[in-house]
Ligand binder design. Structure first.
Ligand code: UD1
Length: 428
């Protein structure tokens, strides 16, 4: 069993550069289906989720050249299938991002129905309702969603009940070639949605308003391939900044736009951390105690759910008590019980976590509950007394490239290593 071992208490400081955003790269890769030919994506993170999206595209008939470690040349001229099987959707729910592009290109798509996942049910009803409003017919059969637009896709006003990232992206991509104008009302506003809209416009699409709650898509006849650079990963950046917040020496994070972490950085300043925003970089360190502050996760520009665990880790060492409220995913506090094994004092009441700050954490064997929770356990290990062993690190590999190596470069005493499976692991 591969694990990450961290010896806590060593000073960490220096500079680290983040990769392109996972949540953008996956959708940009899916969008290449709509522009037959070779699209070149640069600044693509070399992470497990990107590899899965690569498999999805290949299954559909695309070819992918890895031109260098972070550049993918994706040739979608040979895409001649429209089915995405369960084995890939089960590995990564974001595989459902091909639904909109396949509908755009072929007027039909078959995508396996995603099941529940560890952070909650993660339904796709809003994707389906929105696409139905545009004239797409759905049939669910043997666990697959069969979508077809027999009369083409027709622009309409679609109002989302909730500003869902995935539904906004699928609707935006499905309406690129629609007849007339599609208006997505209560659209998600994440920077990754703006990145997707920017690339689609570079390809020839007519999309206005991305980054605001109302996106307007005017149908065009065709898209052409382009070269596009993936926006920097604000969540990878936020993770290193949270780590810096635990340290009394500065950490500088480069390769992202600090305004994409607007509220996170303001909250970190309220905690008493020193934050220096620069041009595509940010420096952070702690001068005194961490003050307790309440946090609630909300769609962008609210506090990102993807920064909740890392921030909980920071607040677990504050000099008081605070409440973290999770509004996006119903099951995203599993990290808390693992952190409690390291000596934190966190109680969960429904979708609230009551965090009583403690003076120190102590190293323990812990298991990554999910992607961000796994990174936050490694973060806790950096300040805990003694050795922390984090297992189930495949979760971390889904979204962080060279996480261990980057932390080593900052001075952390951390390694990836193989240990023998315990009986409990073998039984699980
Ligand atoms: C994306 C991000 C994820 C991030 C999340 C919220 C990717 C690959 N993942 O996930 O990292 O945490 O945004 O910022 O980009 N919902 C429904 N019905 C729907 C769609 C969503 O009930 O049709 C619910 C989900 O179950 C969830 C909430 O809405 O509770 C948010 O989902 P959504 O914004 O769609 O997130 P994802 O696109 O899945």
């Amino acid at each position: 069993m591969e694990v990450i071992e961290v010896e806590g208490g060593h000073p960490i400081e220096g500079e680290v550069t983040v990769e392109g955003a996972k949540n953008s790269a996956l959708k940009l890769m899916a969008a290449t289906i709509m522009a037959p030919g070779v699209t070149t994506l640069t600044n693509v993170p070399n992470i497990a989720d990107v590899h899965v999206m690569g498999k999805v595209l290949k299954k559909l008939g695309a070819t992918i050249d890895v031109c260098d470690q972070h550049t993918l040349c994706i040739d979608t001229s040979g895409v001649d299938r429209w089915e995405t099987p369960y084995e890939l959707v089960a590995q990564m729910r974001a595989s459902t991002a091909v639904l909109g592009p396949l509908l755009s290109r072929f007027g039909k798509a078959v995508v396996a129905m995603p099941g529940g996942c560890k952070i909650g049910a993660r339904k796709i009803d809003m994707h389906i309702l929105g696409l139905e409003a545009l004239g797409v017919k759905f049939k669910i059969d043997h666990g697959n969603i069969h979508a077809s637009a027999p009369n083409g896709i027709t622009g309409r006003v679609v109002t989302l009940d909730f500003a869902s990232v995935g539904a906004t992206e699928n609707l935006m991509m499905a309406s690129v070639f629609a007849k007339g104008v599609t208006t997505i009302d209560n659209a998600a506003r994440e920077p990754e949605i703006v990145d997707l809209a920017n690339m689609l416009c570079e390809m020839g699409a007519d999309i206005k308003g991305a980054g605001s709650p109302i996106i307007e898509v005017r149908g065009v006849k065709k898209l052409h391939p382009v070269t596009h650079r993936v926006v920097g990963d604000r969540i990878e950046a936020g993770t290193f900044l949270a780590i810096g917040g635990l340290m009394d020496r500065p950490i500088t994070v480069k390769g992202f736009e600090p305004q994409h972490l607007g509220l996170v950085l303001r909250k970190y300043e309220e905690m008493g951390l020193t934050v220096e925003r620069g041009n595509r970089c940010c420096t952070i360190y702690r001068k005194g105690p961490i003050h307790p502050i309440d946090i609630q996760t909300l769609p962008y520009p609210g506090f990102p759910t993807d920064m909740q665990a890392q921030t909980m880790c920071l607040l677990s060492m504050s000099d008081g008590t605070c409440i973290i409220t999770e509004n996006i995913f119903e099951n995203r506090f599993m990290f808390a019980s693992e952190l409690n094994r390291m000596g934190s004092d966190i109680k969960i009441e429904g979708h609230h976590a009551i965090v009583h700050g403690v003076k120190k954490l102590s190293g323990a064997q812990v298991k990554s509950p999910d992607l961000r929770g796994g990174a936050a356990l490694v973060m806790a290990g950096l300040v805990a007394e003694g050795l922390t062993t984090v297992s189930a690190i495949h979760h971390i590999d889904r979204g962080y490239e060279h996480f261990v190596e980057k932390l080593q470069s900052l001075g952390a005493h951390i390694v990836r290593t193989n240990i023998e499976d315990t009986e409990e692991e073998l039984a699980s």
